[in-house]
Structures are given as structure tokens and as C-alpha cells.
Design a binder for this molecule. Structure first.
Ligand SMILES: Cc1ncc(COP(=O)(O)O)c(C=O)c1O
Length: 423
């Protein structure tokens, strides 16, 4: 993003006015060069300290195939949370060892289809293994450990580790889990963990790596398992508030590889590949929503009404997440405290209670909501008959429609009305 001397906003080199004119609002916009730069910065940091390193992209955060293809071109595999995400990976031309299936609380159908797909199976609980073995033997298996610890950006809402999380195998069961798998004749193993989200402290990554390695190291030593990869999950954070510190990615990589190599030596492991599967770090700050101010109310307080609603961007209403807002052409102007909302009939859609925004913000002004590239469109929905927005990719001064805005047909697509009800 760039703001010129008149306060006009450009996403890469495309004016937001062009986006609004060509595609309407609300529209998600992704900066291709920023996605690539994010990926390359992180990859080179980790490879500098541990050359046998690979990223998988957690496609749940943004499953637009144009975006995912950028990351595939950069060399990422895919972390899939569901069978459909395995099928999305297939549409990218990825399968086998380039895809890991990390679903949780799997149904028998999930298990059967997961086995058929031939991707790496990452099991969320020891109880799933016998159910998997009923249908077949995965070629490549890992378990997701819940190390009893988790850390998160917005309270317990996105905490994926620790006693309150629904994810992962209890540390007391991890040895038995791998033992059962080995006894069943499975020969290729990895290990996985994902205890935190949006973390900007390099020490956290050192700490969780140590935790995983202490659990997994004992398994390797006792069962003679040669782990081919160790996956630390996602969680590389971005600053949502401008005063938040930026994650020192080089330091995180250094800390992780330092403890990783020490623990490999301590437990006599066979130099496994080190992996992570972030999403937010790659696409979060590369995505924006362009919206329009449609209505302004002066009542108990001043509220700016926009077409960026909780159905378009769920994170603030869902777990109080913060997103910075810019107003096109007014960034240099005097500010005043106002609220801002969308158009959905829920008061959680009053998603900014008070914020210093340009004092003269007016009908027709364009707003740009920052850091919306991860868990933005992917979490959007149709409540109140409000349709999902368009998605646009920008690269330099070029812009491409990468998902059409929904219309009324999308609202009724899967609906059928019994004849007698139409009379
Ligand atoms: C298993 C797993 N891996 C990776 C990720 C990506 O996390 P992040 O976007 O914080 O990097 C998630 C997100 O919830 C996840 O559940």
C-alpha cells in the first residue's frame, strides 16, 4: 500500500478509486508482490539457519486459487484442514508429500477419502489411528501434539494448544500413538504441533520447538523412529495495530534452528526436515478490503455506516480483532473519534466502537481495511442476504478479478422448494 501527498491510496500501483469503479465495493484486494516478498523473507531466514526447511501454506486462511498458486510457485506445499482443501490442493497440481491433511475430529468418510488421496496424514488424536487402520495404512503419518501450552493474539479465541484447546494428542499419549502406528507397519513418520496463533515474539518459537522436540525426541529414541519431518505449525504473527512490534523473522528462525539442532543431537535424531505451515504471515498484510461509506448517523454517538460488514470481515465481531482503517483522500486531514459499522442486523456489526478517523469523512468516501488477507474472505458468509464480495489481485499497475461478487442466484443456488409451498 502507498499513500500519495494528497492522501490518495494505491494498492501496489492501482488507485483504490480504480478498484471501486471497476469492481464495486466491498472488494478484497491482494498485493501479489507483497505475498511473494513475505514468503521469500521467511523462507530465506529459516533456510539460512537450517537449509533443509520447507513451508506448507495453510490454505484455510485464504483459499482463492490465484493466491494459493502464488505460494505454490514460490515452493510451498499445502496444509489442508478438510477433504475439500485436499481437493483444492489437487487443483493447484499438488498431492502426495506436498500436502498434509491436518483435519480434526474426523468422520469415517474423511478418513476414507484422506487415505485415497495419498497425502500425508496428520492425526489429531490417538483414537483416530485404529479407525484409520480399519480402512488402510497411510504411507506417511504424523501426529499433532498438544504440548499442554498455547499462546494467542486474541485471548482464548484462537488458542490452538493447551488444556482448553480441542486440538492435538495429549503428551501422555504421544508415545503410545507412535508405538501403535509402528506396530501396525507404518514406516514413514513426521511430527506436528500448532499451539499458537499470530505470535510476534521469537522466544515463543524457540520455546515451542523445545517442547515438541522433548516429546518427540523421546519417542524417536525409545521406538527407534526416524522422523522425516518435524512441523512446527503456523503462528508467525503480523502487527494488526501500528504500535505493535513486528516479528523479527530472522531471530525467530535463528532461535528455532538453534534449539532444533541441539535437540536433534540430544535425542540422536536423524536430521529431519524442519517444516512450518503459516498462512497469516504470507497473506495477512497483503490483503485489504475496499469499502464505501453509505450512511452517517449522528445519534448517541457518530457512526459511520459502510458496506464492510461482519459477513464480509468476520474477525472483529467474532473475536474482537482489530483492523486498521484508512480513508481514501483524507489521510492527511484532522481526526475525530467516531464509530464505524457495517449493514448487518446485529449489534456486533458495530465493529469499531470508537476510533480516530478523518473528521470530515463523508458519504461516498472509500475506506481501506488493512490486514484482511488472512481469515477474511475465507470466513465471509451470507447472513441477512448479504453476499460475499469480489476478490481482486493487483501486481504493479495491473489488476485481475480473481473471484466474482456473488449475486442473488448464489443465495438460492442450493435451495429447493417443495411444489406445494409455491401454491
Ligand atoms: C493446523 C494449522 N496449521 C496452520 C495454521 C495457520 O496459522 P497461521 O495463520 O497463524 O500461521 C492453522 C491456523 O489455524 C492451523 O490450524
Amino acid at each position: 500500500m502507498r499513500i500519495d501527498s494528497k492522501g490518495l491510496i494505491y494498492l501496489e500501483d492501482v488507485p483504490v478509486e480504480t478498484i471501486a469503479r471497476e469492481y464495486g465495493t466491498p472488494t478484497y484486494v491482494y498485493e501479489e508482490n507483497r505475498i511473494r516478498a513475505n514468503f521469500r523473507r521467511a523462507l530465506s531466514a529459516f533456510r539460512k539457519y537450517y537449509p533443509d526447511f520447507r513451508f506448507f501454506y495453510a490454505i484455510k486462511a485464504n483459499n482463492n486459487l490465484a493466491v494459493a498458486n502464488i505460494l505454490r510457485q514460490e515452493g510451498a506445499g499445502i496444509d489442508a484442514a478438510s477433504i475439500n482443501e485436499i481437493l483444492l490442493a489437487k487443483k493447484l497440481g499438488l498431492g502426495g508429500e506436498d500436502v498434509m491433511f491436518s483435519g480434526n475430529f474426523l468422520s469415517d468418510d474423511d478418513i476414507k477419502q484422506g487415505l485415497e488421496s495419498g497425502v500425508i496424514f496428520n492425526l489429531d488424536d490417538i483414537s483416530i489411528l485404529p479407525r484409520v487402520l480399519k480402512y488402510g495404512k497411510p504411507k506417511f503419518l504424523s501426529f499433532r501434539l498438544n504440548p499442554g501450552y498455547g499462546q494467542c493474539e486474541v485471548g482464548d479465541f484462537v488458542c490452538n494448544g493447551g488444556p482448553n484447546a480441542k486440538f492435538g494428542v495429549h503428551p501422555d499419549q504421544i508415545m503410545d500413538a507412535y508405538r501403535l502406528a509402528k506396530e501396525a507397519g507404518i514406516t514413514r513418520f513426521g511430527a506436528h504441533m500448532m499451539p499458537g496463533s499470530c505470535i510476534r515474539d521469537p522466544e515463543y518459537f524457540r520455546f515451542i520447538t523445545g517442547l515438541l522436540m522433548d516429546n518427540i525426541g523421546k519417542v524417536g529414541r525409545e521406538l527407534g523412529i526416524n522422523f522425516e519431518f518435524i512441523d512446527l505449525g503456523g503462528g508467525l504473527g503480523i502487527p494488526y495495530k501500528h504500535e505493535d512490534k513486528v516479528l523479527d523473522i530472522d531471530e525467530a528462525a535463528k532461535q528455532v534452528s538453534d534449539i532444533f539442532t541441539r535437540k536433534i543431537a540430544e535425542y540422536g535424531l536423524n536430521s529431519p526436515r524442519l517444516m512450518m505451515e503459516p498462512a497469516r504471515y504470507f497473506v495477512g498484510d497483503a490483503g485489504y478490503i475496499v469499502g464505501t461509506v453509505h450512511s452517517i448517523k449522528n445519534s448517541y454517538s457518530k457512526i459511520i455506516g459502510t458496506d464492510v460488514s461482519m459477513n464480509t470481515l468476520a474477525r472483529p465481531a467474532m473475536y474482537g480483532a482489530y483492523h486498521h482503517i484508512y480513508v481514501n483522500g483524507r489521510e492527511k486531514e484532522e481526526r475525530a473519534a467516531v464509530g464505524l459499522c457495517g449493514q448487518v442486523c446485529e449489534n456486533t456489526d458495530f465493529w469499531v466502537r470508537e476510533r480516530m478517523l478523518p473528521k470530515d469523512i463523508s458519504l461516498g468516501d472509500l475506506i481501506v481495511v488493512e490486514n484482511a488477507g488472512a481469515y477474511g474472505y475465507a470466513m465471509s458468509y451470507q447472513y441477512n442476504g448479504r453476499l460475499r464480495p469480489a476478490e481482486v489481485l493487483v501486481n504493479g499497475d495491473k489488476h485481475y478479478l480473481i473471484r466474482t461478487r456473488e449475486n442473488i442466484e448464489d443465495l438460492v443456488r442450493n435451495v429447493s422448494v417443495p411444489d406445494y409451498l409455491t401454491k
